[in-house]
Design a protein around this ligand. Structure first.
Ligand SMILES: [Zn+2]
Ligand SMILES: [Zn+2]
Length: 150
């Protein structure tokens, strides 16, 4: 068993949660993926690979994992939520392309310091933050330029 899966196993035991077969399979999928995914990505994987996990189980498992802070729900889009593994994952910000829906992560110490300073100035106890930049990624900008020249 991988290190991360044995972590999940003891974490589930500590919290009196049953590590059922669907939960193991979903956790393995999320861990291997290591990026932002939607519930429907998981549903598609379950159907394609005939793993025998229903859509309802997937949605229930995702909200359980969110509740226990193993994954985080990110509302990048108004129509669907993305999730990502947050266990062992450093604080990071996101850029979201409005054209292709791709999500880019970045991390900047200067921004971290700036936010901390703002919070301290207002005696605000900061727990987490999440900066989102919406726009067009480099690939999509290039595609637009090609379209315009036609
Ligand atoms: Zn794009
Ligand atoms: Zn992220």
């Amino acid at each position: 068993m991988s290190e991360i899966m044995s972590f999940f196993r003891s974490y589930f035991a500590r919290n009196n949660l049953r590590l059922t077969r669907p939960r193991v399979l979903i956790l393995e999928w999320i861990t291997q993926r290591r990026d932002h995914f939607t519930a429907e990505d998981l549903v598609r994987w379950a159907i394609l690979n005939r793993v025998g996990i229903s859509r309802a189980t997937i949605y229930r498992t995702l909200s359980l994992l969110t509740k226990y802070k193993l994954i985080a729900r990110r509302d990048f889009s108004s129509t669907h939520s993305h999730y990502e593994l947050i266990f062992n994952n450093k604080d990071h910000e996101h850029m979201i392309c409005l054209e292709c829906d791709r999500i880019y992560e970045f991390q900047n110490d200067e921004i971290e310091r700036l936010l901390l300073r703002e919070a301290q100035r207002r005696r605000f106890q900061s727990h987490f933050h999440n900066i989102k930049i919406y726009g067009l990624c480099h690939d999509c900008q290039n595609k637009r330029e090609v379209d315009f020249s036609n």
